[in-house]
Design a binder for this molecule. Structure first.
Ligand SMILES: [Zn+2]
Ligand SMILES: [Zn+2]
Length: 252
């Protein structure tokens, strides 16, 4: 199996898509970090995410929208209605006062704006798994990641060595590692992933993440897609500034 920087990269053609074997522990591939149109910075419809995930050979996903579980709950419902061979985990990416924190396995919102340590405590009380996504990006929680249950050591949108720093931290602490694409576009779904050994149930997968029966991997997003992201984010900022400017003028 080819390895890259301690992360295993499976060529597509080496993967056989395994369907449901009840009660059996199996090797599954998840993209644990996708944004739907329930995030203000994504316009991906839940149905499109689900169909693309199946097409790309994923066994499961987690939609982790900014500060809301709505997208992931909708995805769980739709995957069942469409009878898709996909295990969808509930998830949310919370803006704590220290930076972003993903919680998997909760079906209600956890308030934003609290310190990461407090948010992690609440997540655990609710039975969730707290993950530090992209800890060394500007929006990450940095070394507070040491308190999380797992660290995202591969994020497809981290192109400046942040993944390597996250990996070093996880290895030095013996923390479970996960990976995800942080997709805001359909074309990047599944390019960052977590391989998990577990039975094909939500609780078994969450427990395997807690126990570190995971391998993170993938590839970073292509440059032209990075440019689309940057252009969109710039246009959002310009629109926001224009709205603020307009409202100030209007008040005057
Ligand atoms: Zn984030
Ligand atoms: Zn994200």
């Amino acid at each position: 199996m080819p390895e890259s920087g301690g992360m295993i990269l499976y060529p597509r053609e080496c993967r056989t898509h395994i369907l449901y074997y009840p009660g059996k522990s199996m090797h599954m591939r998840f993209d644990l970090h996708i944004h739907s149109n329930h995030s203000s910075d994504s316009n991906l419809a839940v149905d499109d995410i689900l169909k693309r995930a199946v097409r790309n050979g994923l066994d499961g996903i987690a939609i982790c929208d900014h500060n809301t579980v709505e997208g992931s709950l909708g995805a769980i419902r739709r995957a069942q209605e469409m009878n898709l061979p996909l295990l969808v985990l509930p998830g949310i990416e919370i803006s704590t006062s220290d930076g972003h924190l993903i919680v998997l396995g909760v079906r209600e919102n956890i308030p934003a704006g609290l310190p990461a340590s407090e948010t992690i405590m609440i997540a655990r009380q609710k039975g969730g798994v707290a993950i530090a996504p992209h800890p060394f990006k500007k929006e990450g929680i940095g070394f507070a990641a040491k308190d999380a249950d797992a660290i995202e050591t591969f994020n497809s949108r981290c192109v400046f060595g942040e993944n390597e720093t996250a990996k070093n931290l996880a290895v030095s602490l013996g923390k479970p590692e996960v990976g995800g694409s942080d997709s805001h576009l359909l074309s990047t779904i599944g390019i960052g992933f977590t391989d998990i050994d577990a039975r094909r149930t939500e609780s078994a997968v969450l427990e395997s993440i807690r126990k570190g029966k995971t391998v993170s991997g993938g590839r970073v997003i292509p440059l032209h897609i990075m440019m689309i992201h940057s252009a969109r984010s710039l246009s959002r900022k310009i629109r926001r500034h224009a709205r603020e400017f307009h409202s100030k003028i209007f008040l005057v």
